[in-house]
Write a protein of this length. Structure first.
Length: 265
């Protein structure tokens, strides 16, 4: 049951549903009795809390995941000293976390990708978006190896958002990540997830002032998930469409989108 909950939590975290991940990891933690298992569950829950913008709550559980005195480094799940100093030792943790010789390459890649996502969440909680971006990029590569295009696309979307926040990446680098994410969207069956990703991609292109691609992305998002959104969310999407067409000097088209947004608001 703990394994099932952990898999469900990691899947939710990979797809950007941090609240669902918290619920799964919390149940797994309550069921864990073994010390090492309890630490692993505490690490998962702590990282998920950081992702929901509750870093203090996350730190409470991350503290529980440190090894006790006398334990070997192979048992290390999270070094709290590294967390307080910027997670400098996290690559070492990554080598230890989820190490299982019995898994095949894809399974190992999936486990590694999950840890990169958790690492990225922690960096975001510590307001280090550049480091978070690199973690999400590594996670995306591992998810591709694990044949998980949905999770890879979400990781790329998170990477682009973190890159934009950090102001340490060139426009061409961020645009390249958005293009990769857009390409992966074609292989995603879930229309709601595809729509959400296209909306995020559109916001990214808007911030880069690549308005033609932003408009395309917003239109795809609207076609895919307008029926699943609340009125305020759909109105915001229509308003974004209006703004991008306005930037493209397509004023008549922009006016039409803005009128639809006004009606919903």
């Amino acid at each position: 049951e703990i394994q099932r909950l952990t898999r469900a939590g990691r899947r939710a975290l990979a797809l950007g549903d941090a609240r669902e991940a918290v619920g799964c990891f919390k149940k797994a933690l309550l069921l864990s009795k073994d010390t090492r298992l309890h630490r692993a569950c505490a690490f998962n829950l702590g990282a998920a809390y950081v992702e929901t913008r509750k870093p203090k709550k996350g730190l409470e559980f991350l503290l529980q995941s440190q090894p006790s005195e006398g334990e070997s480094e192979e048992d290390l799940y999270f070094n709290i000293g590294a967390a307080q100093e910027g997670l400098q030792d996290f690559p070492k943790v990554l080598e230890c976390f989820g190490k299982d010789a019995g898994h095949d390459r894809a399974a190992r890649a999936g486990s590694r990708a999950t840890t990169w996502v958790q690492m990225g969440c922690c960096y975001l909680g510590m307001r280090e978006p550049a480091r978070a971006a690199r973690c999400f990029l590594d996670a995306a590569q591992s998810y591709v190896v694990a044949s998980s295009p949905e999770a890879a696309a979400v990781a790329l979307s998170r990477a682009s958002g973190s890159m934009l926040k950090s102001h340490q990446f060139r426009v061409a680098e961020i645009a390249g990540v958005l293009a990769q994410c857009r390409s992966l969207c074609e292989s995603i069956a879930n229309p709601t997830l595809r729509g959400k990703l296209h909306n995020d991609i559109g916001l990214g292109y808007s911030r880069l002032h690549i308005f033609s691609l932003a408009a395309e992305s917003f239109e795809q998002a609207l076609a895919l998930c307008a029926g699943d959104m609340d009125r305020r969310g759909e109105a915001a999407l229509l308003q974004n469409l209006g703004a991008t067409h306005n930037a493209l000097r397509s004023f008549g088209t922009a006016l039409g989108w803005h009128r639809r947004a006004v009606a919903l608001y």
